[in-house]
Structure formats: C-alpha cells, structure tokens
Design a protein around this ligand. Sequence first.
Ligand code: NAD
Length: 536
Amino acid sequence: MTAGNPDPLVTGPRDPEHDASATLAFEPEYAAALTQRVTSSSGESAVVISPLTGQPLAHVPQSSNDDVAEAFRRARRAQVAWARTSLDQRAEALLRLHDLVLDRQDEIIDLIVWESGKARKHACDEPLHIALTARYYARTAHKHLDSERRLGVIPTLTRIDVNHVPKGVVGIISPWNYPFTMALCDGIPALMAGNAVVIKPDAQTMLSALLAAELLEEAGIPRDLWQVVAGPGPEIGAAIIGRADFVCFTGSTATGRLIAKGCAERLIGCSLELGGKNPILVLRDADIEKAAEGAVRASYSNAGQLCVSTERMFVADQVYDRFVDRFVARTEAMTLGATLDWGNDMGSLISENQLVAVQAHVDDAVAKGAVVRTGGRARPDLAPYFFEPTILEGVTPDMACFGSETFGPVVAVYRFHDEADAIARANEGEYGLNGSIYSQDGARARAMARQIKCGSVNINEAFGATFGSLDSPMGGMRESGLGRRQGAEGIRRYTETQAVGTQRLIRFAPMFGMSDAAYAKVMTASLRLMKKLGRP
Ligand code: NAD
C-alpha cells in the first residue's frame, strides 16, 4: 500500500514531514493479499468501508462453522509442538515482533487510519502499545510462568511444586476501536504461555488484524498457531465458544453477558473487557491547566471510542468555572480532520451506526434541557461519520447520556461541593472500568482512589499511566468486566495452575502399628506445635 496515486478523496492539511506521497494511496492488492490469511472456504465475502471516504476498502472472505472447526484443528496441532518450546524461544519471537512493529509502524498506522478513520496520533498508540506488550511479556515470562515451590504440609518431607500449564487453544473476540492493539495485546501473553489462538476480529477492521497476523508469522510464530476467522459475531462467536479452552472477549457489556453464558455452559473460563462510563474528579487543589489538557485526551482520544475514555467530569465548585473555560478553549482549539497525516487532533467515528448513536445521545440531552458548551454537531464536510468534540452541562438522570455509554466524543461536566458526594456520584451506575483524579496532593488522591469502584484509577493523568504500564493489571469492576489483561493476571489467565506434591518418608496414614486414635493424637499435637512455631 505504499505506492500509487494519492487518493483524491482524502483532503485536509498535510504534514510535509510525513511522506504523504508514500502513504496517501490505498492499494486494493495490498488488502487482497492480507485477506488470504482468513481461514475461509465459504466463497462468501463482506465489505470493509473506510470512514475516511465512506467507500469500500476491501472484501474479506467469510468463515463458515466448518472453517472455524478447521481453524481449531490446525491450532490444536500447532499448539502441541509450541507448548514444548522453551520460554526463551517464545520470548525471542516476541522481541522480533517488537522490532518489526516499530520498524513498520508507518504502514501499520496508515492501515489503522484507513480502516478506523481515527487521527494519526491516536493510531500511533497502537504499534507502540504492542511493542510494549511484546517486550513486557518476553522479559517477564520466567517471573510469571516458572514453576514455584509452595509450602508442604510436613516441613521438608512434603514438597509442593506449582506449574502454570497452557490452557490449549484460546479464542479471542476483539472489537474495532483499537483494531491492531486489540488483535494482539491479549494474544501475545496467550502465545507466551504456550497456547494457540483462534481470533475473530470485528468485521469493520479485519485488515489491521490480518496485518497483525502477518507480522506474527514474520516474527517466527508458526502460521497455524494463530488462526484468523471472519464473520458475524453471533455465529462465529458461538462457533469459537463451542470449541475454545478459554475465551478472551473485548466489547460491549451486552455481548459480554452472552459470552459469559456460553462459557458457563461449557465450564470454560473467560475474561471480559467491557464498557465504561468513566469519571474524572477535578479536586479544588488541582492544577487546572494540567486537568484541562488531560480532559481533552481523556474525552477525545480516538473520538471517545475508547473503553477507558471519560464521559463524566466532576469538578470542585471552587475551580469549576476556570476549569470549564479552559476545557472548552482547549477543545475549540483542536484541529479536526479525517486524513492520514499528523495534523489532526481528532478523527472520525468508525461508522454510520456510531454516528447515529452519538447524535442520538446529544439530541436527547439537548431536548431535555442540557446545554452544549461546545460541539454538538456532525461534520459531514470533514468525513461522512465525523462528530465534533462536545461538552455538555446540565445533564440529568433522565437523559440517555447520563448513565449509558456514548462511546463517542461527548462529555458531561458536573459541579460538586463535597468530595464524599463527588465520589458517590462517580460510583453511580453499574460500570467500573477507569477513573481519574486531578489533585496536587498525590497521597490524598491515592487514598481517595481506593473508594472509586473502578479497575484502574489514574492520578493527574487520563488513562495512560495504568494502561501504558504493562505490569499494571487492567480491567473492570462490576459490569465493566471479569478478569484482567496486562501484568501477571494477564498471562496467568491463559494457564491452568497445577499442583504436584512429592511425599518422602512419612505417609498420611498411621505407621509403625499405630492405631487410628493414636495417629489422630499425634496429628493434633503436631498441629498445635506448628501454630506455636508460627508456621502459616
Ligand atoms: P460488540 O460487543 O458489539 O462487538 C465486539 C466483538 O464481539 C466484535 O468482534 C463482534 O463481532 C463480536 N460479537 C458481537 N455479537 C457477538 C455475539 N453474540 N457473540 C460473540 N461475539 C459477538 O461491541 P462494539 O459495540 O462493537 O464495541 C464497542 C464496545 O466495546 C464498547 O462498549 C466499549 O466500551 C467496549 N470496549 C471495551 C474495551 C475494554 O478493554 N474494556 C476495549 C474496547 C472496547
């Protein structure tokens, strides 16, 4: 895709430092080559539309139920050999992936922008996050996966080893919003732990996921170990749940419930990364400029189509007016555009459906009395599904955007007088993914964080501090999910914990002609002694 004529449909300012002539064209042959990686024999295909233009980008072959079965057969065969490789061999492949992703980031970012319509600066986070993930799991694999010794019941005579053995074949169902990141970030630890993967990316962003598969193979991951299937979520999702040893799902809470039910039926585990209605608290001692800058990133990264982005801001009375003025000013200073260059602060929504949903939330709020401080309109002059970054005041519980996730660039700002009340309001609803606190008193903010019912809380930052720290577990409380990605939790979820006990000299039964009653007495005395000795 790096050569050819500039696409006449792509308009807007271009950054001369970025080699526009090398990136503004989209070659159908490039997409067609990627689509060969889908396990498909159905003869059917589905179109991928570019939000930059509203025009078709590629036709992706679709998988049937039989194709999914074939993908699992291949993956299972490949996993047996893969599980025998050493952690160091797997780590080498991940470190090669790290380099490949950084070396080819221009190509990766171009494809992400073509498929998702997001601003280049938001697409750029995706290869960076994958490089971080690959390096983290390559370098920490021994720490998370090596067998460990645990306490045996009889000191020195009972030895317990705990092994972390791979589950087998992991099914991954991923969304469209971070199509390259979501295609890889959960799969990397699955591979590192010795599993194979069958992945069903979202239909709107198949190409980014297929490029991810190509890069994995180039890094040395056997092709059969990573199977990509395509098709409608309910059908292909069910075909995956019916065969996988573990399911990793990222998407909406509604679909997450269905996945959990399907997995419960088969008694297999799953991790669910779901929606959020993430709050930010700006305390009276906050650095207002920092908070306003953070609020822009928190609300408009990827046009708000980010699970951890904020849609609710609670601001202390004393700083409310100053903060909102600065937030509005910074929002209005943003450069908007759906082009491939670096000039844009925010890009397009992904699809017409998404545009309709965002517009509906804003229209409903306005009809019921909310005030639009800035934004509030679709911008078809920029791209077919473009919506302005929008700040609302006066949002009330009867409005749809009060408690339901908008998943767009729309944020409601609320005033608070009392911090306990702000925490209670931040904890309203059933979500619990990410929260932020802006305050110059880090210790006080950290203490307050414990009261926020969210899986991650960032202090003086939107979400990057936790999301970018790969050692930090990431996931939701309440209806925002089950399980965690990243950190030890993110890799151990793909393993079974196996205990191996080795017993020496003494057995767990009366010995030397001892009666059962005498044995019970000896055991009772031993237990009392162990407690006295401080043994756990
Ligand atoms: P969605 O649940 O409709 O789709 C997500 C994936 O699930 C897609 O691949 C889709 O094809 C598949 N799917 C749909 N129905 C299915 C079914 N019945 N069985 C199996 N698979 C099915 O979500 P969406 O609306 O496309 O994505 C946006 C949502 O994802 C938002 O709510 C957002 O908060 C959430 N999200 C969460 C995270 C996170 O890490 N917590 C990250 C990104 C997105």
